[in-house]
Design a protein around this ligand. Structure first.
Ligand code: GAL
Length: 997
């Protein structure tokens, strides 16, 4: 359970209950578990018929709800059997909501041909959200950004006339059609129809226009998107995501205005190379956001629709481990608590699980992994410390004895939250301070019993005053609140601080304090209060005052406590009316009461003591993943029940990839003299609609999307009859960052461009050998289409930047001497693999044949492995299969590891297909990704798996893999259960696949 999440809830609940005087009368259910911590939610009756809002919060059937959300894109985990796994992990953190984008590019690969089936269907996602007790914020675009191909725009949009993201004769009908298809799917899943969706976001960051234009954003377009959503039955509030707090589309701003204004913020920027530096260029610290909110949207709850939870990384980048350092637990503490101090009521962390840009779905600047350095890693393991951490601001120095700390009071009528941080928020120095705080008992100087409070470097704290804990009241606590719960005969309060820190609290009871466990704090009784001061150590202390049990924890120990909702009668876990606090280890997923047995499900990486806190007498046994805890014992003093969940090492073996029965086939037969390209597409368009580069510099357009080829490898063949005057071939190609080229005349290699992380376009002269007059020659040019750009700035039209040959010259000849043909993936927008969608495969010969799919016709292949590789430039295609027999009851994420990358290494490029799904694009001389996680569901853990690898050797001497491994990235014993296989459509003869041989 995340400490910050818990704090967020306790903080906001108090703001609601106390400040707004909503008078939440918890009608507690009978039974042992009555959690008053989140009482505002517990009265929500099912079904929810209304989602409304005011300046304080969103309300469901009149009950207030604070939204603490994490971003997760189901399309980046094409194994629907694992969606519940990720959602349970998000829920276990204490989030109550998940925000998700829908990626249009994956659903409408051909205009008018929308399909959201199989891995693209969202029903399983909605069900998993309900089961885990998470509300959803749907963000269907049409534009999403998201480091996705075209920012979510399908490739065919490159052919439309006019600009995307403004109303126009081509664009408007296109988005209307998309919204009329996706809209009903979302509408059906709204909470008002029994589903999990509570908010819908039209567009995304409709905020900025291109710097080179004096045009403005198009309100009629924003309105068109909103109207289209309303027309298909979206009734929940529409919320915006402005690209910072600019105030675009806030209520009252006229056409295009939404119901609830929201914005995003990425304060430390999106470069991970200097991860300790919070002050890199482009970074900022959120200041005065509450004041801006009051100016911009005073009638809506303050919403930060995306707040930085990590960063994407670029080709040749620092890698996601560096991103996770930049956006680590210290960042979370300082920046998120600052957001809470800004009065945020709808808060979404982008991303909480990033996933994978499998199947070419990413934008050109990014690589296959979209791990994002997020709290839950790409392989679904939890990034431990980061995972576990998650009004009117008035200042400052009047509350503290030093200018070095800044104190923001988040005030309610009575309860106050004092957010303390370093004035220099980047400071790494620890400082000591004392506080002067106003309480109902007057102004107090803290600590009262002497000594100092400490704020470590890059930390922030929330102290509370006049905070209710059931029937008790804390006059103040400098230690942070984790959670509390009121049982029939006692109340339990868990608080924490950093090891070595001094903390103090005052409670409205002078009953004699008993120390049930641990070291004795200093007690002082005064004016109806017990003041208690202690030093935080790694061993816990439990103090009982009257019938309140106070657990004094250190922060790392607090990470092991989980608060789990018990399922409601409909199986959902939204209601906090019944919940348990359990101390365990790596992960607790669910809790259920079966008679007098508490059934827990979770994951272990070591034998773990499980302790049910404040366990009621009714409880007689506890199971973990179906097995009774060993050595179950009850503590009569602390009223806990504890026992051991036993971890057992799994037994399994993984195949040695170097000893598989590899088969190989040449995947560039196009350079052979006998190759016949008569069925290829003739590049014969003399005009283009592409507004980005409208003036063709070639006799016919060579932009791949003008011919329906939108992704993957592209091949061009240029035919000409020589005069013998030809001296060179000049070509200027645009493939997107890190793209590469190789070129041949006939079967003679002309050369390659290895690619560079920041070059989307490259112009090159290839010198030609002496040609024979009158003889026919063919150039073959292979290059990578790395995806379409995003379209962040309206009128920039970046998403329309063409891919393919932009310009060429044949030295000594006219351009018209060459007749070009091209191909990409077989069928182009009539793509063949309906299971894996429009972007999964490209135009390599073997891909066109479908040989990357399970069970290809290997009788056509020879023996040969990628470890032997090839000795000349070209593309070799390899194929092998292996069986897996992984142990049940374990989650063992697997990854394929390629050789170390090296900027000075031999340039070669590999595509890795696993059971037909493209799960890796490895660029040996560009990097940085070398390890490619592949989730269970894509890998069959109990059957045969088919892997295919293309090896594009760009170097004259060829290339080979010196290492290629399949290995576990993590091992946990899990109660998750079996993972369903994703659809695995296999190879079928492709009738019209032009083999040309
Ligand atoms: C935001 C955008 C997201 C994503 C993010 C960076 O501005 O809304 O879609 O691109 O930036 O990861």
């Amino acid at each position: 359970m995340s400490l910050l999440v818990m704090l967020f809830f306790s903080l906001l609940r108090c703001i609601l209950v106390v400040a707004l005087g909503t008078g939440v009368s918890a009608a507690p259910r009978t039974g042992p578990y009555i959690d008053k911590r989140e009482a505002p939610l517990q009265n929500i009756a099912s079904p929810i018929t209304s989602v409304t809002w005011d300046d304080k919060s969103v309300t469901l059937n009149g009950e207030r709800i604070m939204i603490y959300s994490g971003e997760f894109h189901p399309f980046r985990l094409p194994s629907p059997g694992l969606w519940l796994d990720v959602l349970q992990k998000i829920k276990a953190l204490g989030f109550n909501t998940v925000s998700f984008y829908v990626d249009w590019a994956l659903l409408e690969g051909k205009q008018g041909n929308f399909s959201a089936d199989g891995i693209f269907a969202l029903d399983a996602f909605f069900q998993a959200a309900t089961e885990s007790g998470l509300y959803l914020i749907a963000r269907p675009g049409p534009y999403i950004n998201a480091e996705a191909y075209g920012g979510g725009f399908p490739g065919w949009l490159q052919r439309m006339r006019g600009d995307p993201r403004v109303n126009g004769p081509d664009y408007t009908p296109a988005i209307k059609s998309y919204l009329s298809n996706i809209g009903p799917i979302l509408a059906k899943a709204q909470i008002t129809n029994g589903g999990p969706i509570i908010l819908v976001q039209p567009e995304n960051e409709y905020s900025l226009v291109d710097l080179n234009t004096d045009k403005t954003l198009d309100p009629s377009y924003m309105q068109t998107v909103e109207d289209a959503l309303r027309e298909v039955g979206i009734v929940v509030p529409l919320i915006s995501n402005d690209a910072l707090n600019y105030g675009n589309w806030a209520p009252g701003t006229g056409e295009g205005a939404v119901d609830i204004y929201g914005h995003d913020g990425y304060p430390v920027g999106l470069k991970c190379a200097d991860p300790d530096n919070w002050n890199a260029s482009g970074s900022f610290f959120p200041q005065d956001w509450w004041a801006a909110h009051l100016r911009q949207s005073p009638s809506t709850p303050y919403a930060i629709m995306e707040f930085q939870g990590g960063s994407y990384d670029q080709w040749s980048g620092a890698g996601y481990d560096a991103c996770a350092v930049l956006l680590n637990h210290e960042f979370e503490r300082v920046y998120y608590k600052n957001d809470y101090a800004s009065g945020v009521k709808i808060f979404n962390v982008y991303m909480v699980f990033g996933g994978t840009n499998w199947g070419n779905l990413g934008f050109p600047e990014g690589y296959t992994s979209y791990d994002y350095g997020a709290a839950i890693k790409e392989d679904r393991t939890v990034w431990r410390e980061k995972y576990s951490n998650l009004n009117t601001p008035t200042n400052h120095s009047e509350y503290a004895n030093t200018d070095e700390v800044m104190v923001t009071a988040v005030t309610t009528d009575m309860t106050k939250f004092w957010v303390v941080r370093h004035t220099d928020y980047t400071s790494t120095a620890g400082i000591e301070y004392t506080l002067r705080l106003t309480t109902t008992a007057g102004n107090l100087s803290l600590p009262q019993l002497g000594g100092k409070l400490t704020l470590p470097g890059r930390d922030s704290k929330i102290h509370v005053t006049d905070y209710s804990v059931g029937s008790y009241s804390l006059l103040y606590s400098t230690a942070e609140i984790f959670t509390w719960k009121e049982y029939a005969s006692e109340t339990v309060l868990l608080i924490y601080g950093g090891v070595g820190e001094t903390h103090e609290l005052a409670l409205n009871s002078t009953a004699f304090p008993q120390v049930l466990e641990g070291r004795r704090p200093v007690f002082h009784s005064t004016a109806g209060q017990t003041v208690m001061q202690w030093n935080v150590t790694t061993s816990r202390t439990i103090v009982k005052i009257d019938s309140l049990l106070i657990y004094l924890l250190d922060r790392n120990a607090a990470y092991n406590y989980w608060v789990l909702n018990l399922p409601d009668t409909d199986g959902s876990r939204y209601s906090t009316a019944s919940s348990v606090i359990v101390k365990a280890g790596y992960l607790l997923r669910t809790a259920e009461m079966n008679g007098s047995t508490l059934a827990l499900r979770g994951d272990l990486n070591v034998t773990t003591t499980v302790e049910v806190i404040g366990s009621p007498s009714k409880l007689s046994s506890v199971t973990f993943n179906g097995k009774a805890l060993s050595n179950l014992s009850t503590s009569n003093t602390t009223e806990t029940l504890s026992g051991q969940a036993i971890y057992q090492e799994p037994n399994f073996t993984l195949p040695d990839l170097s000893s598989l029965d590899w088969k190989t086939v040449d995947s560039l037969p196009e350079i052979q003299s006998t190759y016949n390209d008569s069925r290829w597409t003739l590049a014969d368009h003399t005009t283009t609609n592409n507004t980005e580069t409208q003036n063709l510099t070639t006799p016919t357009s060579l932009y791949s999307s003008d011919y329906g080829y939108n992704i993957g490898s592209l091949l061009y063949r240029g035919h000409f009859a020589a005069t013998s005057n030809e001296s060179y071939l000049y070509i200027n190609i645009q493939g997107g960052d890190a793209f590469g080229i190789s070129a041949w005349i006939g079967d003679e290699f002309l050369g390659s461009y290895a690619g560079a992380s920041n070059k989307a376009t490259y112009a090159q002269n290839f010198s030609l050998p002496a040609l024979t007059a009158g003889k026919n020659y063919v150039f073959t040019v292979l290059h990578d289409h790395m995806g379409n750009e995003q379209n962040g700035h309206v009128y920039g039209d970046n998403s329309k930047r063409p891919r393919g040959i932009l310009d060429y010259a044949l030295g000594g000849r006219d351009q018209s001497a060459i007749a070009w043909k091209l191909t990409g993936n077989l069928g182009g927008e009539d793509y063949k693999d309906r299971t894996r969608g429009p972007l999964n495969e490209g135009g390599l010969y073997a891909e066109r044949q479908g040989w990357h799919l399970p069970q290809p016709p290997t009788d056509k292949f020879e023996s040969g492995s990628p470890f032997e590789g090839v000795s000349k430039p070209g593309v070799a295609f390899y194929f092998a299969s292996f069986d897996l027999d992984m142990p049940e009851g374990y989650d063992i994420p697997l990854e394929f590891a390629f050789p170390k990358w090296s900027a000075s290494g031999t340039p070669y490029r590999c595509l890795l297909y696993v059971n037909g799904y493209l799960f890796g694009k490895y660029l040996h001389a560009i990097g940085p990704q070398t390890n490619f996680p592949v989730p269970e569901g894509i890998l069959d853990y109990h059957g045969t798996n088919y892997i295919a690898l293309s090896l594009w050797a760009q170097d004259a001497n060829g290339a080979a893999l010196d290492t290629f491994l399949l290995r576990p990235s993590h091992i946990v014993q899990t109660g998750y259960g079996a993972v369903e296989l994703s659809p695995m459509a296999g190879y079928e003869l492709r009738e019209n696949a032009y083999s040309g041989l």
